[in-house]
Design a protein around this ligand. Structure first.
Ligand code: TNX
Length: 530
């Protein structure tokens, strides 16, 4: 009797299991949703005999083949040899262009991913991986049928810059956690990781010519914890790790405001004026403990609170530019990507003229070291160099100023893209000065219609920042980032015509299962039937 019940349960679950399986390719939970998708009628099975065949010249091809094999091997337990001779999974690279598009053709006998550039092939691989049962994400062998639906996909991104930002200054984030974040970004086809490396509360990257920045400035964080910093070798390792996943690191040194950690490390950089009395906050942040620094013309005190807008470099001190020059030079030498982020936000105690003078001089320094400046939208009040990018977070009129100068805008509207905003008033961490951002709100907006006068051609791309005033560990990152990062990746990658909340709401369910399986502590938004 017992046996019969057991059998019953088993058959039931098998039946249920197979009902759960998507019956067509378009019903598989691909995020971001591809441009063009045609359903086939059959299935393709990955089997112990499957192999990966490489077609093309590029030396990165072997690397991509191995990457795919390594993603498929642990859960399937299959050998999946990678070769130029045979295999049913074909990776074909036709050129070495920077084009990010790919084609994916799945028939009953083979799968073929074709691209003219390595990044495109990598994105095709990401899509392919999402087609399998979620158990594929497991690190041990699973007894599952590795079946996917046939059909074809032609895909390319809407925006060339699809980014996320980690504020490693308010709370330091370890190399290991940044790598984890990079892996997550890669699976959603994001390609720029902006690291906010300095702020009032901490300086997080070693500068060999100014060592006290990390000795002193890196020694604490919000709440008074021990802080931390990346050595230059660790930073280079992150740049390389990201590059292998087609992600470009954008380093940010925030200035002239948000500079207390530097001012606490080197007294001689201090403006030498007393900070004004009063409340310097423009926004009413969550009531965390904070302490104002001593009003001291010498080195300022380290700061572990979360108020903003009260520190500044001195723009009429030549030493300031010597300092900035060293910092930009050292970091630029370690950075393979084209951008250097100069911050520029919330400099509420910098005179307007001083601010403009400072931004213009710093842009020149950045350009001298072969990089292009990005800055928060306020930098558009200065004269921008051709190519400089204004990152829109708050003020439409600043975005407009950038556009009128012929410069592009990186869209990070706080009300939609700030990953540190709470989902609702019950969220256990996060701020809410800009908005509460539930999953549907993060999804339902159109970047080319968001700020008046800013249309597609003015937009370089999108970036979702995670500020970390209230974020102290991986669980906190997971909770604020997922599932919103998946939603934002679709806004950045997929065309307006393809996006639909109803569809996303269904597709994200399998991602939730994958997150559960891999220990990503995501927010179980009530907007989704998980
Ligand atoms: C505003 S966005 C800031 C950050 C804070 C963030 C908190 C921006 C350019 N400045 O300094 O961390 O709000 O949400």
């Amino acid at each position: 009797m017992k046996k019969i019940t057991w059998l019953f349960a088993l058959t039931g679950s098998l039946l249920f299991g197979s009902c759960q399986k998507s019956s067509t390719l378009s019903e598989t939970g691909i995020i971001p949703i591809p441009n063009e998708l045609v359903n086939g009628t059959g299935t393709f099975d990955l089997s112990p005999d499957s192999g990966i065949k490489l077609v093309g010249q590029n030396e990165k091809l072997t690397h991509l083949g191995e990457y795919l094999a390594n993603r498929l091997r642990p859960a399937t337990g299959f050998d999946l040899p990678v070769s130029f001779d045979q295999g049913q999974i074909i990776l074909e690279l036709t050129d070495s262009s920077s084009d990010e598009s790919y084609n994916l053709e799945i028939s009953e006998n083979e799968v073929k991913i074709t691209a003219s550039g390595e990044a495109g092939l990598f994105y095709g691989i990401q899509t392919f991986l999402q087609l399998f049962p979620v158990e594929l994400a497991s690190s041990s062998v699973q007894s599952v049928e590795w079946t996917i639906q046939t059909g074809s996909i032609k895909d390319s991104p809407e925006f060339g810059y699809r980014g996320a930002m980690l504020d490693v200054a308010r709370h330091f984030i370890s190399v290991e956690d940044v790598k984890y974040f990079i892996d997550q970004m890669a699976s959603y086809k994001l390609n720029f990781l902006h690291l906010h490396l300095s702020d009032d509360q901490g300086w997080r990257i070693e500068i060999k010519s100014w060592p006290k920045l990390t000795e002193i400035g890196g020694s604490t964080e919000v709440g008074g914890g021990k802080g931390g910093f990346y050595t230059q070798e660790e930073y280079e390792d992150l740049v390389a790790y990201a590059a292998e996943r087609f992600i470009t690191i954008v380093p940010e040194i925030d200035m002239p405001g948000h500079t207390n950690a530097a001012l606490a490390s080197y007294g001689e950089l201090n403006p030498g004026v007393n900070l004004p009395d009063g409340d310097f906050s423009t926004v009413n942040k969550k009531e965390l403990d904070y302490q104002m620094p001593l009003k001291n013309p010498q080195a300022s005190e380290l700061y572990t609170g979360i108020e903003v807008g009260w520190s500044t470099f001195s723009s009429d001190l030549e030493l300031t530019y010597a300092f900035v020059d060293s910092v930009v030079r050292e970091i630029s030498e370690l950075t393979s990507g084209p951008y250097f982020h100069i911050g520029g936000d919330e400099s509420h105690v910098t005179e307007k003229d001083d601010y403009i003078y400072f931004v213009e001089r710093v842009q020149d320094i950045v350009s001298k070291y072969g990089k292009t400046s990005i800055g928060w939208d306020e930098i558009a009040t200065a004269k921008l160099l051709p190519g400089s990018v204004a990152q829109f977070w708050a003020k439409e009129e600043n975005a407009k100023l950038a556009k009128d100068q012929g410069n592009q805008i990186l869209m990070s509207p706080a009300t939609k893209m700030y990953l540190d905003m709470q989902y609702d008033s019950t969220s256990r961490i996060g701020l809410h000065w800009a908005a509460y951002i539930e999953l549907d709100s993060a999804y339902l907006w159109e970047p080319t219609e968001f700020a008046s006068g800013i249309s597609k051609e003015n937009i370089l791309g999108l970036e979702a920042p995670l500020w970390t005033e209230t974020v102290t560990n991986r669980a906190d990152i997971d909770y604020l980032v997922f599932p919103r990062l998946a939603a934002l990746s679709e806004v950045a990658w997929s065309s307006k015509e393809k996006r639909s909340w109803e569809s996303f709401q269904k597709r994200v369910v399998s991602h939730g299962k994958r997150w559960d399986l891999t220990g990503v502590g995501f927010y179980k938004s009530p907007k989704v039937n998980w």
